[in-house]
Design a protein around this ligand. Sequence first.
Ligand code: PHB
Length: 388
Amino acid sequence: MRLSRRRAATLGVMGATLAGIGLAQAAEPVKIGLILPYSGPFAEYGQQIENGVKLALQQAAGGRRIELVRRDSTGPAPDIVKRLVQELVVRDQVDLLAGFGFTPNALAAAPIASAAKKPMVILNAASSVITTKSPYIVRFSFTLSQVSQPLGGWAAKNGVKSVYTLVSDYAPGHDAETAFKKGFGDAGGAVVGGVRVPLKNPEFSAFIQKIKDVKPDAVFAFVPSGEQGAALVKTWHDYGLNAAGIRLLATGDLTDDGMIETLGDGAIGMITSHHYSYAHQSPANAAFTAAYTAAYPGIRANFMAVAGYDGMRAILAAIQDQPGALDPDRTIARLAATRLESPRGPIQIDPATRDIIQTVYIRRVERVNGKLVNVEFDQFDQVKDPGK
Ligand code: PHB
């Protein structure tokens, strides 16, 4: 172990020296530490995000060589991620850090990014506070506040008078709850109660029974994308909440395009807000979904795939004319000035906050050509993170 660490350090110094005199640049790849959940119940995050990253690399073939150093966060596991990121920086000597499916993992990595001056590109984690934790962090995904506040306003203007909130009990859930309440309250709605459910393995039945008794017009929900959404929708139907006249509103994490078919027809009619739908109508999304399907048959691109794709395209643009060792300050400044036509619509990074500005769509689950999809029918343009 000691030998390989010393050897890595030697190689690092040698690379910098050669780059300094303008030699061997082509031979030095840019190393990106990619930290994602590749195993466990959230393994789909790793698959979708990495697929998006690799698609961007494949489409950019011919530029500077990129080496992905993949590490498995296993899920929301800040202690594991802290260790992995330390190793990536010290032993593997990566130039950039990227990935981060979960907020606690991004927060654990932030001080290391600052101390080591490593640009850190967020490809999913979505609580507002993350980008304030290091000047080297830039986000290409979304924030829960960004998508929840517009949905609150939309609900109040569309006949919903009382709402009960149900969110995962950690920072993204708290953000979603606060932002929905603000949007809904400002437009005249009343939040009549709420519950925060455990992040890991929540059991929804008791909460759903309680909601049935309270009988609000609607529930606003956020749970992390994946199997929890399917469990929630199933319990919702088992307890007859639709039949009781209660509507389920949620962030698009709950109707994630990658797993929406597992929700079944019970999801039809559900209203959600999010920044990307597989069914988004644009030439950029038609090209993206066609390329994605060709590269990864049987997997439907979701919002995480798009974040991986856009984040990697932005990284490539930021490093393209830096032939030697990357300058972290120059790299982060460029990432923070990104403007792209994304499969989700136009996106830009706010240089002041290094957070993403994008369109937020209101969508309805429908079956179109045999597939369950999120059909966008209303939108809010250039939404900044309202949590800052
Ligand atoms: C997060 O931990 O920030 C997170 C995880 C899953 C989501 C959204 C946000 O679907």
